[in-house]
Design a binder for this molecule. Sequence first.
Ligand code: FEO
Length: 405
Amino acid sequence: MGVRELKPNIYSVGAVDWDRRLFDELIPLPDGTSYNSYLIKGSEKTALIDTVDPTMMDVLVKNVEELGTEDINYVIANHAEQDHSGSLPRILDLYSSAKVVCTPKCKGFLMDLLLIPEDKFITVTDGETLSLGDKTLEFIHAPWVHWPETMLTYLREDKILFTCDFLGSHLATSDLFVTDEATVYEAAKRYYAEIMMPFRTIIRKNIEKIKDLEIEIIAPSHGPAYDRPDFILNAYRDWASDEVKNEVIIPYISMHGSTKKMVDYFAEALIERGITVKQFNLSEPDIGKLAMALVDAATVVIGSPTVLVGPHPKVVYAACLANALRPKLKFVSIIGSYGWGGRMVEQLAGMIPNLKVEILDPVVIKGVPKEADFIALEGLADEIVNKHREHNIIKVSKGVKNGKS
Ligand code: FEO
């Protein structure tokens, strides 16, 4: 992607990665991503905000050169992770007088990760400013979005907030600004779910911290920029709030069909009671979709057979992931089947200590489900409805069958 003008003397000079399909060797990127970098030409000084993933540093260098940039005085490093900092060494080689501007913590990370010499840094305190002549950069420390060293940079005169990962989306697009909010909403929610959700309490504080800033544009370092900042700020307020939805997520796996029969029956029982159900077969899961579902749901019911006396390893993986993502769930239960015995329930329950949830009595049965087992599943569905009601999660009952809700 070539140079694009955000506002006069403010340019997008980063790269769009249409082909990347995996991040951190873990997170699926169905729609690619971008590594955004912004060049700001003040009347006296020039600053580059964030760089790009090292795989795309040639794009950044070409774009900066194309603007006839003779010198870069400052490289603002909002975040030390290599998809934004990885091209810093090359930029510092090309523009040898440039200083790296970052938080004190970020300086330590950049020295460790990229071996940047100490004399290259200027560290900034929360609220400190830096003049480029006719433009002023204000640095806002915003830790844990999603590393401990992160900050935001606010360009006062142009009312642009550069947020790096925060409020961004993994979305490859040729559009500089959001044009299709529904598409960006999905991508931004997936991104929030995968890396921001564990820090939602501090995210709320960071959103509060910027509430009085006059913002015309939010320019993240992944995905398109927002010229309607409330769109993404309101979405984050909703995702990071304590409100949960009347939804049950059922991540499951079945080896010989017994657990699958239970899951299908149980899902129907919940739907009849007016609960939204999202079923995820863990054989070939898109963990991003599962993470997105966990953003809002009140309850998770894990479905697992017993294998090698414990839960299925793919269920273990999903449980570990949910534990790490710390969604705002209220209730968890387990359903599944065993052949001769095992410790599937105890082992799974022990894998989710980070989830501040109430564990509802599991339904774990021997062999294929029989009449009494289906009745037990109906009982669990009733209990979930009652719990949702007690916690005011069910507000409107629509499409409910036989007064079961
Ligand atoms: Fe986009 Fe935390 O790096």
